[in-house]
Design a protein around this ligand. Structure first.
Ligand code: DGL
Length: 260
């Protein structure tokens, strides 16, 4: 079984890509909804959550873990790997590499939570892969919460997002990296803002390919279990508004509460 987790529902964007790449895999998704958002918490807090959740997923029989959260990856994936040395762990990092490779203008933007934006891990990723391309790191406080509360077509948000992205787009950024798994669900709002000036970059498919490489031979029944640390019914209710009806058909039971 593969365990996938995030602070909330954002990681469902990664889960969806994994189910397409590994349709037979049995999957458990855990949303840490009692502690969302992670993006405004400090590293020690996020590490405690991530270690607890990692152990919980292993205790439930997961033999591959996907940290479907850029913020948790930046703050805690190294510690999680040290704590669970026998479990392959896939993290999610902003798609700086593909954006740099495709940029023609020599300037890209990375949208991220405050925690990821200030992380040493993102700074290192940029140092190692940006070369001569200029990277604008744009913290987006409150955006994950917009998704979490399913306010996906709020015109006031579209307006403020447009203002927020104007400086980097006006400066010539031609690729806008979605450096938080929640932001994949804001793509319908962001696409008209970047319009023909820039392309949105999401890494969910690349993460799914990495899962295929690490999963080995998969012999499951394509079953999905949804867990949340608070209000699990909100996970079931989010699937249709997020356009993830296909996940609903994999569910054997309603989402359940996880005591982590
Ligand atoms: N989905 C998460 C990420 O990829 C974090 C959002 C949050 O909890 O602040 O960074």
């Amino acid at each position: 079984m593969i365990g996938v987790f995030d602070s909330g529902i954002g990681g469902l964007s990664v889960l969806s890509a994994i189910t397409q790449a590994l349709p037979d895999a049995n999957l458990t998704y855990l949303a840490d909804t009692a502690h969302v958002p992670y993006g405004d918490k400090d590293d020690a807090y996020i590490q405690r959550r991530v270690l607890g959740i990692g152990q919980h997923l292993v205790d439930r029989g997961c033999r591959l873990i996907v940290v479907a959260c850029n913020t948790a990856t930046a703050a805690a994936v190294a510690t999680l790997r040290e704590t669970l040395p026998s479990i392959p762990i896939v993290g999610v990092e902003p798609g700086v590499k593909p954006a740099v490779a495709a940029s023609k203008s020599g300037r890209i933007a990375v949208l991220a939570t405050v925690s990821t934006a200030h992380s040493e891990r993102l700074a290192r990723l940029i140092r190692c892969h940006a070369g001569t391309v200029r990277v604008d790191v744009v913290p987006c406080p409150g955006w994950a919460t917009k998704v979490e509360t399913l306010q996906l077509d709020d015109p006031a948000f579209a307006e403020s997002a447009s203002r927020h992205l104007a400086p980097t787009l006006d400066a010539g950024a031609d690729h806008v990296v979605l450096g938080c798994t929640h932001y994949a669900f804001l793509a319908p709002v962001l696409a008209p803002i970047v319009a023909d000036r820039a392309r949105l970059v999401d890494v969910a498919d690349a993460v799914a390919r990495q899962c295929v490489r690490l999963a080995g031979r998969v012999s499951g029944q394509g079953r999905l279990t949804l867990l949340a640390t608070a209000r699990p019914e909100r996970l079931d209710a989010a699937l249709v508004p997020l356009g993830l009806q296909s996940l609903a058909s994999r569910l054997g039971a309603p989402a359940a509460l996880a005591d982590v």
